[in-house]
Write a protein that binds this ligand. Structure first.
Ligand SMILES: C[S@@+](CC[C@H](N)C(=O)[O-])C[C@H]1O[C@@H](n2cnc3c(N)ncnc32)[C@H](O)[C@@H]1O
Length: 245
């Protein structure tokens, strides 16, 4: 049925004069919106207020965290020895092969931080020190090229940085003036290249996950089985594994 509408639209664009074309297109669009299975059932989604103001944390696991946790789990084997993580040892702290985590933050009031430094400041991280760096959902607050250069320099030979960035997200309500960037997977690839580094990048998410995340719904709301399949056209996060400089 969809193909019929697309073909009719193409023929109309090619052969009909403007007024008839517009009328036909509008009729076809209305018919498409009314097709069984295509009609939107808004229910209680028809509201400007999201279901959560905090990415879904007050309803369960935020949708982006589902993908971040899955990405960390997939790269668990790379996390070992001396680690660097931002804000807390949330992910590296759970891994036996990690012997020690240096917790980095720019925020001096963070009592979990053992290294207060600005990622944007060249050489603010010690050189060739870490076997792994976990940098989740942080680059959007930084000058990402400078920050990645710094991270790449801090890795030991053979070490890896496991990095995630938001492809879409609400603006951070606690730091709106420094929540600067969102990426596509290709954009993250380019950012890594601009930092003079090499890495592999993939998007994680699908259109339902993307819509649910923006509405403040949690992974539990959506159902993990619906989140599990990736559609590269609709990433919620991009994940990268980056090699040392
Ligand atoms: C939203 S948290 C994300 C980190 C956390 N591990 C996670 O996965 O949610 C962002 C952290 O990055 C820190 N941060 C922001 N800009 C920074 C910078 N330029 N240098 C170092 N840390 C920075 C913030 O203070 C905050 O602790």
């Amino acid at each position: 049925m969809s193909m019929l509408f697309i073909t009719a639209g193409r023929l109309a664009r090619r052969y009909l004069p403007e007024p008839a074309r517009t009328g036909l297109q509008q009729a076809a669009q209305a018919a498409r919106r009314g097709l069984p299975g295509s009609r939107v059932q808004w229910g209680n989604i028809n509201t400007r207020a999201p279901f959560s103001e905090f990415w879904g944390w007050d309803r369960g696991l935020p949708v982006d965290r589902y993908y971040i946790e899955r990405f960390i789990a997939a790269n668990r084997g790379r996390l070992k020895g001396s680690a660097l993580e931002v804000q807390s040892a949330q992910y590296t702290g759970e891994i036996d092969a990690v012997e020690h985590t240096t917790v980095l933050d720019i925020d001096e009031s963070n009592t979990r931080a053992t290294l207060i430094a600005d990622l944007n400041e060249p050489e603010s991280l010690p050189a060739a020190t870490f076997d792994c760096v976990v940098l989740t959902q942080t680059l959007q607050y930084t000058d990402p090229v400078a920050a990645l250069r710094n991270v790449g320099r801090s890795l030991k030979p053979g070490g890896r940085a496991v990095v995630t960035v938001p492809c879409l997200s609400r603006v951070d309500p606690e730091a709106p003036s420094v929540d600067l960037w969102r990426w596509t997977p290709a954009g993250l690839r380019r950012t890594i290249e601009l930092a003079g580094l090499r890495g592999t990048v993939a998007g994680h998410g699908n259109s339902l996950a993307a819509a649910a995340f923006m509405l403040g719904l949690s992974a539990e709301d959506v159902g993990r089985h619906r989140l599990a399949l990736d559609d590269e056209a609709y990433p919620v996060i991009a994940g990268a594994v980056i090699e040392p400089a």
